[in-house]
Design a protein around this ligand. Structure first.
Ligand code: GDP
Length: 365
């Protein structure tokens, strides 16, 4: 899964990116890599994985990961090619979710591109560029569908109607994710495959100053009020302060500074977990002596689908899965003891995987 960080210049995007992708902030025995300067792979913090590691003592541990892309260069006029506009809008299209950073801190030393701190206005500026970009996509599609609709193709007529709803909404300054006039069917059949930018799930990240790290501030309240119909998550984070803390070499020292501003874990950990939830993802584990690993699946996946994340052959040749609930594994302490207690289940093709299941697949090759 891939999340793109957007926002106006100088709101704290690169600071957040650096903070999230800081290798020091991630547990030393977990691999970390930066693919490109603006693309990083971030581990999803999960205390269950640490527990499994301590019980199984494997050679390797692999947490679930989220790919983060810092999408700089979005400014007013980007959809018309201002700045580096179009190229970056292309990058956003490839992401599964959007992390929209809003400046909710005052600091006269940091220039605001529009002269004052106003996160709701900033959000609308960015939204408008994204909406204009989507409008281009929708107009192109409409051109293609129109002719077939005109000569009486029923399916094309339905598609045209759905596209016109989206066009109207975008022209009125609404994001596609917030359009209540679209039916679920229209979304599934005609809109989802367009990969519209404003249809992607979004999380608003209010960048606050240090003293608002645990309480938020008036700007955050305004953002919450402004997005209440969008079905989006809003979180606040003292990005600058957290970035300074992640620079510290010593783990205990980092912990102390976090406690000092009132946090028991980095806000970035909370952010990554929220992003995971936002996408309706969940985790199952495999726990062998070679490797203990967290795998990411969409909530509601069946056992064969979950197996398919490891290898497509696992899905095709799926026979059954041996499943241990995480809590059972943790309380009995080993696979052998779980078996002894009769708590290991054998599940078939229809089984819907639960968050935290420890799984072992049997399959034909
Ligand atoms: P970007 O253009 O959105 O990527 O913004 P940057 O991350 O480069 O940040 C712009 C400037 O704001 C830098 O000088 C940062 O040090 C500063 N900055 C970022 N976050 C905060 C913050 O929470 N508080 C304060 N006071 N400054 C911040």
């Amino acid at each position: 899964m891939k999340a793109g960080i957007v926002g106006l210049p100088n709101v704290g995007k690169s600071t957040l990116f650096n903070c999230l992708s800081n290798a020091k902030a991630q547990s030393a025995n977990f691999p970390f890599c930066t693919i490109e300067p603006n693309v990083g792979v971030v581990n999803v913090p999960d205390s269950r994985l640490e527990k499994l590691e301590s019980l199984v003592n494997p050679e390797r541990v692999q947490p679930a990961v989220v790919e983060i892309v810092d999408i700089a260069g979005l400014v007013k006029g980007a959809s018309k090619g201002e700045g580096l506009g179009n190229q970056f809008l292309g990058n956003i299209r490839e992401t599964d979710a959007i992390l929209h950073v809003l400046r909710c801190f005052e600091d006269d030393n940091i220039v605001h591109v529009d002269g004052s701190v106003d996160p709701v206005r900033d959000k609308e500026t960015i939204d408008m560029e994204l909406q204009l970009k989507d409008l281009e996509t929708v107009d192109k599609k409409l051109e293609k569908v129109k002719r077939a609709a005109k000569i009486g193709n029923k399916e094309a007529q339905k598609e045209e109607a759905a596209l016109l709803k989206v066009k109207k909404g975008l022209e009125a300054g609404k994001s596609v994710r917030a359009l209540t006039e679209l039916t679920a069917e229209e979304r599934d059949e005609f809109i989802a495959n367009l990969q519209l930018i404003t249809d992607k799930p979004v999380m608003y990240i209010c960048n606050v100053d240090e003293k608002s790290a645990t309480s938020g501030n008036g700007y955050v309240d305004k953002v919450k009020e402004a997005v209440k119909d969008e079905n989006a998550e809003v979180i606040f984070l003292a990005v600058g302060t957290e970035a300074d803390i992640t620079e510290l070499d010593d783990y205990e020292e980092r912990k102390m500074f976090l406690l000092d501003i009132g946090l028991d874990e980095p806000g970035s950990a909370k952010l990554i977990r929220s992003a995971y939830r936002l996408l309706n993802l969940q985790t199952y584990f495999t726990a062998g002596v070679k490797e203990v690993r967290a795998w990411t699946i969409p909530t509601g996946s069946s056992a064969p689908q979950a197996a398919g994340v490891i290898h497509t052959d696992f899905e095709k040749g799926f026979i059954r899965a041996e499943v241990i609930a995480y809590d059972d594994f943790a309380s009995f302490g080993s696979e052998a003891k779980v078996k002894e207690a009769g708590k290991m289940r054998v599940e078939g093709k229809e089984y819907i995987v639960k968050d935290g299941d420890v799984m072992h697949f049997r399959f034909n090759v």
